[in-house]
Design a protein. Structure first.
Lengths: 190, 157
C-alpha cells in the first residue's frame, strides 16, 4: 500500500499529461454533425443559374453525391474548386449549395441575382467548375437546417437522400484520401 | 487647434451614433418575450467561433441563429422548444449547459470519485498512524527520551 501511495502522484501526473497531450493534437472545431444519418431536411430552393427551376430534397435522390456549401466571397471555397473539379472528372457527383452572405440594408446594395450569377460564372471559369448545378440558399435556411456553421462545408448524401458524412473546412487530396473517399465509397455501393 | 479637435470629436460622435443605429432593434410583445430572447441568445453557443454565445458574436451563423431565435420566440415557442430546435441542428454543443448522458457522465462523476478517493486515503492514513502511537517501540523511545531529559536535568548545578 505504501508503494501504491508513493507512485500515485506520478501516475496521476502521467494520466494528466497524456490527456493534455491528446488535446494538443485535437481539432477543437471537429464535432459530430447533428444531421448525420438523417434525411436531408425538406427544402424548396431555386437553381442558381436557372432560377425558374426549384430543387427539392426528393429530386436529389438516386445517386450518392457531395453537397458542397460555398460562396465566391469565401477564399477557402475558391481554393478547393480546383481539386473538387478533379473529383468531378473522376465521376464524383458534386452539388453546390450557394451560401449567400446576409445583407445589411443600411450599407449593402440589394440582392441582384444577375450580379451573383456573373460573379459565380467568372469564379468557376477561373478556378474550375466542379458542380453539376448550384442551389441558391439566399436566406441560408437549408444551411441552418443542416447545421452549417460556415463555408466551406461538405456533406455526403447517399442515394436515398440520407446525410452520411460531414466535413468542416476545405477538401484537399489528403482530406479526400483519408477521410471522405472511404465514406463516399461505402455509401455509393448499391 | 481647439476647433479642429472639436470638429473631429463631433465627427466621431456622429459616426458613433450611426453605428448604434445600425445595431439590431427588435420589438417584442411583452417583457417576458424580451427576457426569454436575451436569455436564449446568451445561453446558445456560436458554432463558428470558439467560446462566444450568439448574442456576442457577429459571425454569419450567429446572426442567423439570433434571427431564428427571435422568430421562434415571437411565434410563441417556449425556452425548451427553441433549445430543441437548435440542438436538432447543431447538436448539444450549441447549448452551454451540457445534458446528462453517457458521454458527459464523467463531468459529474469525476469530482465525486476524486472526493471519495481522497477521503479514503485520508481515513487509511489515520488508521495507520493511530496504532503507531501505542507501539511498544514508541513507548521505548518515550522512556529513553525521559531518561535523557532526567540525566540532563541532574547535570545542572
Amino acid at each position: 500500500m505504501r508503494k501504491v501511495l508513493f507512485y500515485a502522484p506520478l501516475a496521476l501526473f502521467l494520466v494528466l499529461a497524456l490527456f493534455l497531450l491528446s488535446g494538443l493534437f485535437s481539432d477543437p472545431r471537429e464535432r459530430e454533425s447533428a444531421s448525420l444519418n438523417k434525411a436531408l431536411p425538406d427544402f424548396a430552393l431555386a437553381d442558381l443559374m436557372q432560377p425558374q427551376h426549384i430543387w427539392t430534397a426528393e429530386q436529389l435522390k438516386g445517386q450518392t453525391f457531395l453537397l458542397n456549401v460555398w460562396g465566391t466571397w469565401c477564399p477557402t471555397c475558391n481554393a478547393e474548386l480546383g481539386y473538387l473539379s478533379e473529383l468531378r472528372a473522376m465521376g464524383v457527383k458534386i452539388v453546390g449549395l450557394y451560401y449567400e452572405l446576409p445583407r445589411d440594408p443600411a450599407f449593402d446594395a440589394p440582392f441582384d441575382l444577375a450580379v451573383l450569377q456573373q460573379d459565380v460564372t467568372q469564379k468557376l471559369a477561373q478556378h474550375g467548375d466542379p458542380y453539376q448545378f448550384n442551389i441558391l440558399d439566399l436566406e441560408r435556411s437549408l444551411a441552418l437546417d443542416l447545421g452549417v456553421s460556415g463555408a466551406p462545408e461538405t456533406f455526403i448524401v447517399d442515394a436515398d437522400g440520407i446525410v452520411r458524412a460531414h466535413h468542416i473546412g476545405d477538401i484537399n487530396p489528403q482530406v479526400w484520401r483519408t477521410k471522405l473517399a472511404p465514406l463516399y465509397q461505402q455509401w455509393s455501393q448499391p | 487647434m481647439k476647433q479642429l479637435i472639436t470638429s473631429i470629436l463631433s465627427l466621431l460622435l456622429l459616426f458613433g451614433a450611426t453605428l448604434l443605429q445600425a445595431d439590431e432593434i427588435l420589438s417584442f410583445d411583452n417583457e417576458a418575450e424580451r427576457q426569454l430572447y436575451q436569455q436564449l441568445t446568451a445561453e446558445l453557443r456560436c458554432p463558428q467561433c470558439q467560446n462566444q454565445n450568439i448574442a456576442d458574436s457577429n459571425a454569419i451563423v450567429a446572426v442567423d441563429m439570433r434571427q431564428k431565435t427571435y422568430q421562434l420566440v415571437r411565434e410563441g415557442h417556449d425556452r425548451a422548444q427553441v433549445l430543441d430546435y437548435m440542438k436538432n441542428r447543431y447538436g448539444d454543443f450549441v447549448h452551454y449547459q451540457p445534458p446528462f448522458n453517457r458521454y458527459t457522465l464523467w463531468l459529474w462523476l469525476a469530482p465525486l470519485l476524486l472526493l471519495t478517493g481522497l477521503a479514503g486515503v485520508g481515513l487509511y492514513r489515520r488508521k495507520q498512524q493511530l496504532p503507531l502511537a501505542n507501539d511498544t517501540q514508541q513507548q521505548g523511545l518515550d522512556t529513553e527520551l525521559d531518561q535523557l531529559i532526567e540525566r540532563y536535568r541532574s547535570k545542572k548545578p
